[in-house]
Design a protein. Structure first.
Length: 318
């Protein structure tokens, strides 16, 4: 009879035996898997776990600062790295979704490798890989770990990839990971976070990325996500976000004609991301969200709601 608490206890002991006094590096993404993996390792080896959290400039509004604070509060030995400009430079002028993903994966590895070099005597690379990642050879979810895996074959391995790998969640499903996280005292707001793609807002800005577009999308996204939380809808939705469309349309404000951006709201129900249905959010909620985005977010004059299910659509637009 599997219980989260006994899994945690056994796993902590095994990690201690396996790792001893060695040092371990782990990339945190803010997501559930890497956070729970970090907490297990922290319990096992304390400050010999070195966590790295990279700001790629493609996270949600204020997310980097808030999550970094939370990790510190949880007692993790963590370094936050502001690499925004490196990512924006690599993405400049690039509109192709797959090339954007590759650029982000490449820069992430470069940044992580630079940071890992700052640390001495590291023997292990920890990853938040979970069982579904193990069975699908190419993972569709997860942040740093997924990025690392999908770039395994890109010639000349960075030094950190020569490290021994430790994956404490390798045999767990998502719901089990959440339960283990709860047993370890992780807060509900962290455990209940919606999945968020590794390439972040880059794949929710259709076309090329600029820091201005990121800021605009962050504002619109924050209105939607805060609204879902306030309305008690956040936990009923599997994943939600806003997409910045490469479309300007005519609007009117006062006596003025406007010609500004359109954004799409996306909210889906799903169990594993493989299939998904659009959520029938209340009209009143959609109306309020639309008004608030158009009033608050300069540069947006039109909001649409995505009513496509997967398949044949996908959750993300890129
Ligand atoms: P799609 O759009 O394929 O998304 O229906 C399914 C799930 O995967 C996430 N996703 C990604 N996650 N890197 C990631 O780490 C990616 O490149 C990526 N693309 C999609 C998406 O957010 C959803 O949860």
């Amino acid at each position: 009879n599997w219980t989260a608490a006994s899994f945690a206890e056994t796993s902590i002991q095994e990690l201690r035996d396996k790792i001893g006094n060695d040092k371990v590096v782990l990339g945190l993404s803010g997501g559930v898997d890497s956070s729970v993996a970090a907490m297990l390792l922290k319990e096992a080896i304390g400050d010999n776990l070195y966590c790295i959290f990279v700001d790629n400039g493609l996270l949600r509004k204020n997310e980097f600062e808030q999550v970094l604070e939370q990790y510190k509060f949880l007692g993790l030995n963590i370094k936050g790295v502001d690499a925004k400009s490196r990512f924006y430079e690599a993405l400049a002028g690039e509109s192709d979704p797959e090339k954007k993903r590759k650029a982000i994966g490449r820069v992430f590895i470069e940044v992580f490798d630079d940071e890992a070099h700052e640390l001495t005597d590291i023997s292990w690379l920890a990853q938040g890989t979970i069982y579904p990642d193990v069975i699908e050879s190419v993972s569709a979810t997860g942040g740093p770990s997924a990025t690392i895996k999908s770039h395994h074959n890109v010639g000349g391995l960075p030094d950190f990839m020569k490290l021994k790998i430790v994956e404490p969640l390798r045999l767990l499903f998502k719901d089990e990971v959440r339960r283990v996280g709860k047993a370890l005292g992780l807060p509900d707001n962290l455990l209940g976070r919606h999945p968020f793609p590794g390439p972040g807002l880059a794949i929710r800005i259709l076309g090329d990325i600029t820091p201005e577009k990121v800021r605009l999308l962050q504002e619109a996204d924050a209105v939607f996500i805060d609204g879902l939380k306030k309305a008690g809808l956040y936990d009923k939705v599997w994943q939600a976000g806003v997409i910045l469309l490469p479309v300007q349309s005519v609007g009117v404000m006062g006596d003025e004609r406007t010609y500004e951006n359109a954004v799409a709201l996306r909210a889906v129900e799903s169990t594993d991301g493989m299939t998904a249905d659009w959520v029938h959010l209340p009209y009143e909620f959609l109306a309020k969200t639309s008004n608030e985005i158009i009033n608050k977010v300069k540069g947006v004059n039109r909001v649409v709601y995505d009513i496509s299910s997967k398949p044949p659509a996908t959750i993300e637009w890129e």
